[in-house]
Design a protein around this ligand. Structure first.
Ligand code: PLP
Length: 427
């Protein structure tokens, strides 16, 4: 970490906190970050030439492994045709068509450049369509850094949310309710108390920003019923879970159809991307057709579209997700076995190529409050030990982990071996 430490010192002089996104600072694990030189397959290499098995995969964006030759070839060809046009290109249409085919709930879709842009635009659209102002979100879900989402629960049910970041105004906070995940009664009560005022409910159907927490099956079904009954739009934020937990996202697992879905990460094949799509009568309210304004200089960027299309072509081949799911299952089983051997309170959960590790014995974690109670000290020790051994897990106990199709048994077995060493070191 010699060169990385030096680089971090310089970075801090010119970039706030030395990083362009806070979690990269390793602050949550009382450490300082490595700086990346290159990445290939399941590995990422730092500027000190240390190699890590990567279980972050650019926060879920990389699903085929870093620098997959098929994506690189596609990009090399695309690059010769131009970097950005500011005018429509065919790949935008092909990608839109492909996503609409895979997600039955999406009849039309618009591309943007980040997940944050997607969720911000989705709630504006929901407000414009329903002509209502307020939104419901859930504690522990992350929907990017739009003002309306940086809100935490207020005290008691009748109060509105409170800003969770400086710079978010009280007047914005009063339009967002943040409720406990998986608590349908609270949703009922909030809707009842705010009749005809709620435009949409936005949720990560499997939450990957408070480790890995599933919504309970009946919860999503009840949300769907409540939304339909009260003319509220249901938004599934599948920026993380879309094309990651299953080809058709979490909605294909739960078989619940949202009105709007937000996407990102995997659909850009590793390049900056976001998208939001849904029912045709809702999407037709966007400019230039309707009165809800939304735009972007680099939206539908030709390189992103080419990489995204190629990625979706590969991952929609028969058997891809079954294999990915089995790989993650093997990996989780290996870690669970080590924990049992060392009598550690530990469990795992996973779906497709996304997983969560819990240093806790309870299999039933259903919301943010419970996650926050977990012992983060052991996670910090685990993270630091594994990093030293060349294994990169997300540098926070509140983040999910990801594998790619380039990860094999060899990488999982090595990770298990190092996990055993970590557990032995604690005796
Ligand atoms: N929504 C979810 C569920 C996410 O996990 C993220 C980012 O991790 C976002 C939205 C924001 O996406 P971006 O970081 O591309 O703005």
């Amino acid at each position: 970490m010699m060169k990385s430490s030096k680089e971090f010192r310089i970075a801090k002089k010119y970039i706030p906190g030395g990083v362009n996104s806070p979690v990269r600072s390793f602050k949550a694990v009382n450490s300082s970050p490595f700086f990346v030189k290159k990445s290939k397959g399941p590995h990422i290499f730092d500027i000190d030439d240390k190699r890590y098995i990567d279980y972050v995969n650019s926060w879920g964006s990389i699903i085929l492994g870093h620098c997959d030759s098929r994506i690189i070839n596609t990009l090399s060809k695309s690059i010769d045709l131009g970097l950005t046009y500011g005018a429509p290109c065919q790949n935008e249409v092909l990608l839109a068509k492909k996503i609409c085919k895979i997600f039955p709930s999406i009849e039309k879709i618009r591309m943007v450049s980040s997940g944050t842009e997607a969720t911000m635009s989705a709630i504006r659209l929901a407000r414009g369509y329903t002509k209502k102002d307020k939104i419901i979100k859930f504690d522990g879900c992350y929907h990017g850094h739009g003002d309306s989402f940086l809100i935490r629960a207020g005290s008691g049910l009748s109060t509105f949310g409170k800003p969770d970041s400086l710079g978010v105004t009280k007047s914005i906070a009063k339009d967002t309710f943040s409720l406990p995940y998986n608590d349908i009664n609270k949703v009922h009560q909030t809707i009842r108390k705010n009749k005809n005022k709620i435009a949409c409910i936005i949720i990560e159907p499997i939450a990957g920003n408070m480790n890995f927490v599933r919504s309970e099956k009946n919860f999503l079904k009840s949300l769907r019923e409540l939304c339909t009954k009260n003319k509220i739009l249901l938004i599934f934020d599948e920026v993380m879970t879309g094309f990651r937990v299953a080809l058709g996202g979490a909605q294909s697992i739960y078989r619940v159809k949202p009105d709007i879905t937000t996407l990102g990460k995997v659909i850009g094949g590793g390049l900056p991307v976001g998208a939001f799509g849904g029912r045709i009568d809702i999407m037709n309210n966007l400019a230039p057709m309707g009165g809800v304004y939304q735009a972007g200089t680099l939206s539908g960027n030709p390189l992103t579209m080419a990489a995204g299309l190629k990625t979706l072509d590969i991952i929609s081949k028969k058997g891809f997700f079954e294999r990915l799911h089995k790989q993650t299952e093997y990996f989780m089983n290996q870690l669970n076995k080590s924990a049992v051997n060392h009598l550690l309170d530990f469990h795992t959960d996973f779906e497709g190529g996304m997983f969560g590790l819990f240093f806790h014995n309870s299999k039933k974690i259903t919301n943010y409050k419970e996650i926050k109670k977990l012992n983060s000290k052991i996670f910090v020790d685990f993270f630091r030990f594994m990093l030293k051994k060349g294994i990169f897990f997300a540098p926070s106990p509140f983040e999910a982990g990801f594998i790619s199709s380039a990860h094999t048994k060899k990488h999982f077995d090595f990770t298990k071996e190092m996990f055993e060493k970590f557990l032995s070191s604690r005796r």
